[in-house]
Write a protein that binds this ligand. Structure first.
Ligand code: FES
Length: 106
């Protein structure tokens, strides 16, 4: 039995500008797809707080994201909290880049 999950096609690399983030929805789950100088990063689409803020609406500062709703900051590379170390880390997902296309590896 093949239990491997196929990577999900997100779009083309050029769809996301360097230093920005886009929301990507798959099977009613949101993901925040970041493009930095160092590559693509996928993070859970909403923060852990009650607000469930869209992380795709956050501000990107270098390798950090600043939540648009509360101002807390996290590492885009590791998902770890920066401004408030009591916060849980954000869940990260693998991105596959192939011939100008990007895929989410769930
Ligand atoms: S509202 Fe949850 S991290 Fe900002």
């Amino acid at each position: 039995m093949n239990t491997e999950v196929e990577p999900v096609h997100i779009g083309q690399e050029d769809d996301i500008d360097v230093g920005s983030v886009e929301n990507f929805e798959h099977e009613e789950i949101d993901y925040a797809i970041f493009r930095l100088e160092s590559g693509f990063f996928a993070i859970q689409g909403h923060c852990h707080c009650e607000d469930q803020a869209f992380l795709s609406e956050s501000n990107v500062e270098g390798e950090e994201l600043e939540c648009a709703s509360c101002g807390n900051t996290y590492s885009i590379v590791s998902g770890d909290p920066i401004s408030d170390l009591e916060l849980p880390s954000l869940k990260m997902y693998d991105i596959i880049e192939e011939e100008g296309e990007i895929y989410l590896n769930l």
